[in-house]
Design a protein around this ligand. Structure first.
Ligand code: UD2
Length: 320
């Protein structure tokens, strides 16, 4: 193990938030890539069933632990000795973060600090952090690039930005590479549709499957840069396991905006009998348009989009 570490090879990876939507896909991808993986999750929202495809594999282990418990995190990472840590555990809902800012700060800032400090003490070489397009706030200068102003308008975005700043400054003080991936609107299998705060695609897909009408907040002309879990997972794994990649902040997006009406048209083709949508007033604080520029990630991380939007939605529907 020491020899491999000296060569910079990344073979042992710890993943926080492992039992969640993005975490479980990430663990599966790492296992497929031949890595030895420990999944860490407190199971507050993640489900062990998300990991059933890899649970029996010897190179995979699972630890139920909370990222905010510093001692437990330290012991877990000391025991495992990761080369890289992928930190996905978070309070992920913007509205919940808004209604409980202390909890948002505790988990999304202090929890990230706890993971970062434990990673450094356990001599991890790389840390990859799940940041968000929310760091940009409500800019009307689209598409958003990493050079765009970061002016978050909610507690969630502020916490993600503070965590990024902390990780990037730790990178300068220690021998660790910090990569902060700013996710735009991620969709795919295992995104829980049962919460009203789930991604719009998983909610709409679930309603169509069960013949219930969807609710569109606003006129449906709002746009989002929807990105498939398959593309996100490849970028996360590459950022964690390629020792040559530089740290920094990167947009993970497609550079293509789609309206909710376009999404509904695709779903209508798959489910011709779907009931007509119900239109309600736009959600308070909703951003009208969100669009990212993926050029930096493409250039520096070799990040490519494989999944076309319509194909991605069709694949999701066929899977469910
Ligand atoms: C996404 C992220 C959030 C944060 C933010 C940054 C998700 C789930 N949330 O919030 O974590 O990173 O981007 O800007 O990815 N809508 C409906 N009907 C529904 C549900 C949603 O019309 O049943 C609308 C909603 O009002 C919004 C759009 O769909 O205009 C997208 O909503 P979302 O909750 O999927 O994602 P967003 O962009 O608010």
């Amino acid at each position: 193990m020491e020899d491999q570490k000296e060569k910079g090879e990344i073979s042992r990876v710890a993943v926080t938030g492992a039992a969640g939507f993005i975490g479980s896909h990430t663990c599966e991808g790492l296992i497929k890539a031949g890595k030895t993986v420990i999944g860490i999750d407190n199971l507050s929202s993640g489900k062990l069933s998300n990991l059933k495809g890899i649970a029996e594999i010897k190179r995979f282990s699972f630890r139920q632990a909370d990222i905010c418990h510093k001692d437990v995190m330290q012991t877990t990472l000391n025991d495992f000795q990761p080369d890289a840590v992928i930190h996905l555990a978070a309070l992920v809902s913007v509205p919940i973060a808004e209604s409980n800012p202390e909890e948002n700060y505790r988990i999304n800032v202090l929890g990230t600090k706890s993971v970062a400090q434990a990673s450094i003490k356990a001599s991890a070489k790389r840390i990859v952090f799940a940041s968000s397009a929310a760091v940009y706030g409500n800019s009307d200068q689209l598409p958003l690039s990493e050079a765009s102003p970061t002016e978050p308008i909610n507690h969630y975005g502020k916490a993600k930005l503070e965590a990024e700043d902390m990780l990037l400054s730790l990178q300068n003080q220690h021998r660790i590479t910090s990569t902060c991936l700013r996710f735009f609107n991620v969709y795919g299998t295992r995104q829980d549709p049962s919460s009203p705060y789930s991604g719009v695609i998983s909610i709409f897909a679930d309603h169509c499957k069960t013949g219930r009408p969807v609710t569109v907040y606003g006129n449906g002309k709002q746009t989002r840069d929807f990105i498939s879990i398959r593309d996100i997972t490849r970028a996360i794994i590459n950022s964690a396991t390629n020792p040559a990649l530089p740290g920094g902040s990167y947009n993970l997006c497609t550079g293509q905006g789609n309206t909710l009406l376009e999404l509904l048209n695709i779903l209508k083709e798959i489910h011709p009998d779907m009931p007509p949508p119900i239109f309600k007033e736009a959600r308070g604080g909703d951003i009208k348009h969100s669009l990212g520029n993926p050029s930096k990630a493409r250039k520096m991380l070799g990040f490519e989009i494989d999944t076309n939007f319509s194909e991605g939605i069709t694949a999701l529907q066929n899977h469910q």
